[in-house]
Design a protein around this ligand. Structure first.
Ligand code: ZN
Length: 487
């Protein structure tokens, strides 16, 4: 910590001298600094859809909500010594998507929403930090809780005009030669002539979703695609809150990544918490926060490695954009928060949806059947009834909303303007329940899509000081390229 403070002080002196002297000196000062810092083990964590509201909510969720004694619980990465801020707009919009923002983070230029690894002409490919470092002999790991050919992980190895061309992205993954892919499965793996898994095997990859095989992987395992034996929506890993107790979690795939990638030349590992974004789209704060906490546990694994390899390791934790317009504060709760009641939610919205589908398949799904499930999985009860916590008794307004959601679910009335605002394309019942519970806790949502909120950058280790300040998201890539001498 002392070293970091000293370096920071020196850098600040240089920067203030520079602001007087002009940009030429700025460049040479930064060049001198980056030449002295040379990390060879780089972790880049990306919480998809994770900005300040998401990290702050996770801190509050794990903190103390007692009036007079309110306190945050820090996360591992929120205690990193360096914090910066990146702006996330892409060439399409101030509400960007993951394809363009991850391209900016991996390759250092802007492009359209939906485009991966290509410029604004949708034709000219760039070169990603991962490809540059791979060419230098570093080993590369790409880890995500969602499918590995989804936009964010793809932006580190693929160059394609549409993020929806999953099969072609899968082919490019197999061609990358990167040493370690892990976490979620391959989306639409069978949409072409040959399964992407077979293509990977043809290219020399060990492809496995067997837990014991995954746990035995090491530096001699060669190129690996290791995915979770337990999958949920669209082939992604389960939300952390839904994961069976003995299942492999994000931190396990990071730990294994270190075992596979460790070598004397260097490694770069991108780790995405992809379902923070999905929970944000669905306005499910509990799934959102528990996946943010799971990402933090994975960061802790990297931090342990960094402490064992000081002066050689850099850890960056950031997001690609904010999702959901999440806020601490809601119109009906004024200055109050009650995050403790969120503990009564026992599963994610998508898991609840699957329970509802099971109930429907069993024949009867009456309003009373639903209310029994609402109490079991969200703790909420009808007006006048007794709940485990008084705050979980719905008022008449909330109850009427839930009655409408049940009726709309039964009749399929989800396409009107009002319904699109109420449900955002999600199951009317589960999204209404997360809204009611989140709002009671003092959490508001303004969107089912992304927002333009800037995103923090947390940095630790060799070269971390370079990430202080506010800058465009493309600068994240350039800073990494400078520090690793990648170009
Ligand atoms: Zn998203």
């Amino acid at each position: 910590m002392k070293k970091i403070t000293a370096v920071l002080a020196a850098l600040l002196i240089v920067l203030s001298a520079v602001s007087a002297a002009g940009s030429m000196e700025t460049e040479s000062a930064i060049r001198a600094y980056t030449e002295n810092a040379s990390p060879k083990y780089v972790f880049m964590f990306i919480g998809d859809g994770m900005s300040s509201p998401q990290t702050n909510s996770a801190q509050v969720y794990n903190g103390r909500n007692q009036s007079g004694l309110v306190e945050l619980q820090e996360l591992t990465f929120t205690q990193f010594p360096v914090v910066g801020l990146q702006y996330t707009q892409d060439s399409t919009s101030f509400c960007p998507d993951s394809a363009s923002t991850a391209t900016s983070l991996s390759s250092g230029f802007k492009t359209h929403s939906g485009v991966i690894g290509m410029g604004v002409d949708r034709v000219t490919p760039g070169t990603t930090i991962a490809e540059m470092l791979h060419d230098k002999g570093w080993k590369i790991g790409i880890v995500s809780t969602v499918t590995i050919n989804h936009a964010t992980p793809a932006a580190f190895y693929a160059h394609i005009a549409s993020r929806n061309d999953y099969y072609d992205i899968g082919l490019q993954m197999a061609d990358s030669g990167f040493e370690y892919f892990a976490g979620g499965s391959v989306n639409k793996a069978d949409d072409g002539e040959k399964s992407i898994y077979e293509v990977l095997e043809d290219k020399g990859y060990l492809v496995t979703n067997d837990k014991d095989t995954i746990l035995s992987l090491n530096a001699d395992s060669g190129k690996v695609y290791a995915y979770s034996p337990v999958l949920q929506d669209d082939g992604a890993m389960p939300y952390d809150i839904d994961a069976p107790a003995d299942s492999l979690r994000l931190k396990d795939f990071v730990k294994k990544g270190i075992d596979v990638l460790y070598n004397e030349t260097g490694f770069f590992m991108m780790v995405e918490g992809g379902k923070i974004d999905w929970a944000g789209h669905a306005n499910d704060a509990v799934a959102n926060m528990s996946d943010t906490l799971a990402l933090d546990e994975a960061v802790e694994v990297a931090l342990d490695f960094a402490k064992a390899h000081p002066d050689e390791t850099l850890i960056i934790v950031t997001g690609d954009h904010e999702t959901g317009g999440m806020t601490i504060g809601y119109a009906a709760t004024g200055y109050n928060t009650a995050f403790d009641i969120l503990r009564n939610q026992k599963c994610s919205y998508i898991q609840f949806d699957s329970y509802v589908e099971e109930a429907k398949a069993d024949g009867s799904f009456t309003f009373d059947d639903m209310m029994a499930m609402v109490e079991e999985y969200f703790g909420l009860v009808a007006p006048g009834e007794t709940a485990v916590n008084e705050a979980l008794v719905m008022n008449d307004y909330e109850y009427a909303k839930l009655q409408k959601a049940y009726a709309d679910d039964q009749s399929g009335n989800v396409d009107g303007y009002e319904e699109s605002l109420l449900y955002g394309g999600y199951s009317p019942i589960s999204v209404t329940l997360t809204h009611i519970l989140n709002n009671k806790a003092g959490i508001g949502w303004t969107s089912y899509a992304h927002t333009g909120l800037p995103v923090p950058v947390y940095a630790y280790g060799e070269g971390a000081e370079l990430f202080v300040g506010a800058y465009d998201n493309t600068e994240v890539a350039h800073k990494l390229m400078d520090l690793t001498d990648a170009r």
